[in-house]
Design a protein around this ligand. Structure first.
Ligand SMILES: *Cc1c(COP(=O)(O)O)cnc(C)c1O
Length: 349
């Protein structure tokens, strides 16, 4: 790997106390191009702008995929990644779906670790602080015909983030627009999925909701996800989440929560979850909790579900609720406070 270090770090003049999510970037980035059918010359260089032709294929047809993951500082002060192999495997599934070349796991992981070693000092102090890591790949051909690109660029950069107080979510059941549909690209992390979700999400925000509860495209009968997170409900005491049936993004947080809940002997179900059972269940008290799950926030409790103009209120999560116990366990594993029996934590140094 070629490494070119920055001459003077931007860290001293960066205010790590007051970070806006996703707006501050560390000193270095990883870059590798796919040329002539092979990944060439992995390198780390100072974070900076790219020069691209206006005809660059990705700018027109969105042949691009990404990942989102975090590095955490553990109790011993070491910086560690959480389940990076799962992100790499998912990125390669996304690559396949978008006709893009797979990434070699060893080069990807080594690039990640080296970046974290080089810019680890950017990880802020504090309870929920982390380095948010953004690997992504895009079609780099200068060509505006619609076809898979020949050339690709793969990059990784990092952004220091702090936990922020997040108020319990108000979500609206979306019964018109869809995020994903059978046979589409909903189960992979490709850029276009998110662009298409902006408009309905904005409609929801204008009506006073943080995000949407996406339902299936065919009948709007089944709940799929919450915003850009997976969604869980506690229904009759059973931790319930929609099964992965092709339109749901297989979240690593989702998978980790399920594994921990099963390990604790909780009753867990992955199955189709209907709009109806959630609406009537909140009214009757059968649904006792709902939350979103994803890397950015881990667990985001839902307090209000908007349904056809009515706000249905969920009870506040109690500190001893199973949901919060699992969220804390996940955080304790990431930060090395409890034994990592699943082998999820990968030290960078
Ligand atoms: C990334 C993502 C998630 C959550 O995945 P994690 O691996 O847990 O961060 C859920 N839904 C969508 C649509 C996503 O893009």
């Amino acid at each position: 790997m070629d490494i070119k270090r920055i001459e003077r770090s931007r860290l001293p003049e960066t205010d790590l106390e007051n970070l806006k999510f996703g707006r501050v970037f560390t000193d270095h980035m990883f870059l590798m191009d796919h040329v002539d059918g092979a990944w060439q010359r992995p390198q780390i260089m100072p974070f900076g702008d790219l020069e691209l032709s206006p005809a660059t294929l990705v700018l027109h047809y969105a042949q691009t995929i990404f990942e989102g993951m975090k590095a955490y500082r553990n109790e011993k002060g070491e910086v560690a990644l959480f389940r990076p192999q799962a992100n790499i495997a998912r990125m390669n599934r996304s690559a396949n779906r978008m006709c893009m070349p797979e990434l070699p796991e060893d080069v990807f992981l080594e690039g990640l670790k080296e970046l974290v070693r080089m810019d680890g000092e950017w990880l802020p102090e504090g309870k929920d602080a982390a380095l948010y890591i953004r690997p992504f790949m895009f079609a780099s051909d200068e060509y505006i015909g619609v076809k898979p690109s020949d050339g690709y660029r793969f990059m990784i950069f990092m952004s220091p983030v702090r936990g922020y107080y997040q108020e319990p979510l108000r979500v609206r059941m979306e019964l018109k627009y869809s995020r994903a549909f059978p046979g589409g690209t909903g189960e992979v992390k490709c850029g276009g999925n998110y662009a298409g979700g902006l408009y309905p999400s904005k409609m929801g925000q204008d009506a006073g909701y943080h995000q949407l509860l996406w339902t299936d495209a065919m009948e709007h009968k089944y709940i799929e996800e919450s915003g850009t997170m997976n969604v869980f409900f506690i229904i009759d005491g059973v931790l319930t989440t929609p099964s992965l049936d092709g339109t749901i993004l297989p979240g690593i947080t989702r998978d980790s929560i399920l594994a921990l809940a099963r390990g604790k002997g909780m009753r867990v179900e992955e199955r189709k979850v209907t709009v109806d059972e959630v609406v009537t269940g909140i009214r009757s008290g059968k649904v006792s909790a709902a939350f979103g799950a994803g890397t950015a926030v881990t667990i985001a409790p839902i307090r209000v579900v908007g349904y056809k103009g009515e706000d249905l209120h969920l009870p506040e999560l109690q500190a001893d609720s199973e949901v919060l116990v699992i969220g804390k366990l996940l955080d304790d594993i990431r930060r090395g406070r409890v034994a990592d029996t699943h082998g999820w934590v990968v030290r960078a140094s």
